[in-house]
Structure formats: structure tokens, C-alpha cells
Design a protein around this ligand. Sequence first.
Ligand code: CUA
Length: 332
Amino acid sequence: MFNNFPLWPERASTVASNVDALFIFLLIVAGMMTLLIFTCVIFFAARYRRRAGVRAEQVEGSTPLELTWSIIPMFVFMVIFFWGAVVYFRERTPPRDATEVYVVAKQWMWKLEHAEGQREINELHVPVGRDVKLIMTSQDVIHSFYVPAFRIKQDVLPGRYTVEWFRATKAGTYHLFCAEYCGTQHSGMVGSIVVMEPAQYEAWMGGGSTGPLSATGEKIFAELGCATCHRMDGSGRGPNLQGVFGKPVALTDGRTVMADENYIRECILDPAAKRVKGFQPIMPTFQGLVSEEQVNALVAYVKSLATAKPSEAPGKATASAGAPHDAGSQVN
Ligand code: CUA
């Protein structure tokens, strides 16, 4: 319907029509209110204009009228609220089995890394009809990952992960914008999302992978000496990381936190903040020693250990991802 209307962006994700429907509803409500107000202004101006021989009378309140103009708008606003909440929660909740892509924003570019290992700059290739979850962080200031055709927008913050997801519904190339003013070349911080047919996508994926991100993470884990304390047999001075991700963790201060991406990230960069119960505060911070990409790889590695049994040999979990470990993969 709106394909020839240049002010209306293309719809290319599963949530796009939900967002549009709500937006159209808001437009209609606002349009009707505007019409009602202007009609009343004009009508009353004519009806109660000053005339010779007619004296103005003071009108004192009307309970039915006041109830009407309070209760009807209340219902309209409740519709907007619940409708908006449903669309919002749908957009905010990534499906569990979504494909993961790590996004690092910086002045002024987007760096994207697929969990399978492919890296891209200012371009993201995804297949049609698959849920894609973006795990995003910034290495400098606040940016915002905005894809109008998908009707998604999420701030990308330094120092933590934010998440958004989409499922593309048709092949094509769509604009990616930075929607948060981030410096002189903010307007140039653009890119594209290339949505491909699944077969095409597999072919694209097959070319030039450096191995899964979790394998890169495993390598960094070994290089930084993490494995000397975080032993797989549980005898180390740090917690065994197998089976940890996605589970609650008991802390020394009595709290329990969920081991999600942000928690793993914080443990690497600020280990003292949320110490695991039963362990000494001996882990050094890796703040400044690892890049955002390396943190992402480490998080992906810890995640890959989530399904491993505590007794399983190290490396098994990542090997199951299907791609070979490549010693030549680079981290910058
Ligand atoms: Cu990045 Cu604006």
C-alpha cells in the first residue's frame, strides 16, 4: 500500500507492520482530535459571538460533560498504552535460538562479528527468515543502531551490552544508520544490512571464516592465562566456567545474579564488583588489556561452555560448532 509513498520506509521485518499499525492508529487519533478541537473552536466562535441585545452568562461546571471528556480519553490512552507495551516487549525480547552477531560501534563505523567468525565493517549479511540477535557495545561514545526498514533502534553504549533483534522478511539491502549524535562524522556513520536468501547466505558464510568467535575466545583465554585459575576440573583458584552461562550465580555479598553477557563482561573488566561465593578476590582486572572485540570473543567462549558438562575436556564445546579452530584468526 505504501510502497510508492516515499515518506514511508520499506517494511522488511516481522515487527515492522506491528509498529506501523500502532503508528497509523496514533496518527488517526491525533488527526481526529485536531479536527474535533478546530470544529469546536470555529463552531463556538460563531455561536457565541458578541451580538447586540444579548448578555454573556457565566456557565458553572457540568459533571456529565467533565466525566465524558475524562473517561473517553482514558480508554483511548489505555489502548495506546497496552498496544504500545505489547509491541515494545515483542521488540525487546530476543527469541532464544536467535543467531548472534556482536556489534562494536566506534567513531565512526560499525564493526560486526558473527558468532560463526565472519567479520564485517558497516555491512551485515543475514539470511531471510532467521532471528538475528545483536549484542552491541561501543568503544567510545553513545551510538544508536537504527534500521528503518526493520523498525528497530537501540542505543549502543560504552561499558555494557545492549541487545536488539530482528527477523528479516525479504531479501534486499537496507539502510543502517547511527541515530545518536556522536561527533563530527555522525551523519557518515551509515551502513547496510544485506538480507540474502538462505542458500546464498550459506555460500557467503562459507567464504573466508576465521573459525567461530568462541574458538577465538578460547585462544585468548589461553593466551591471557585465564585457564590457570579457571580450570575445567574445578580444582582452580577461580570458578570452573563450564555450565555457568545463563544460570544464576551466588555472590559473596549474598546476592544472586544471572550469568548473562553483561555479567561475564563485568567479571572480565571489573572482577571485584560481583565476586562469586567461595572464591578469593585474586583476579586482576583486564580493563585496558583487552579490546572490545576480545571481550566479545571471551564472552562467546564462556557462552559456548554453557552446554558443556563440568567434567568434559576443554575445547569440546567449541569444536561442536562445526568450524575448525584456526590459529591464524586475528584480534585487533
Ligand atoms: Cu555513531 Cu552517531
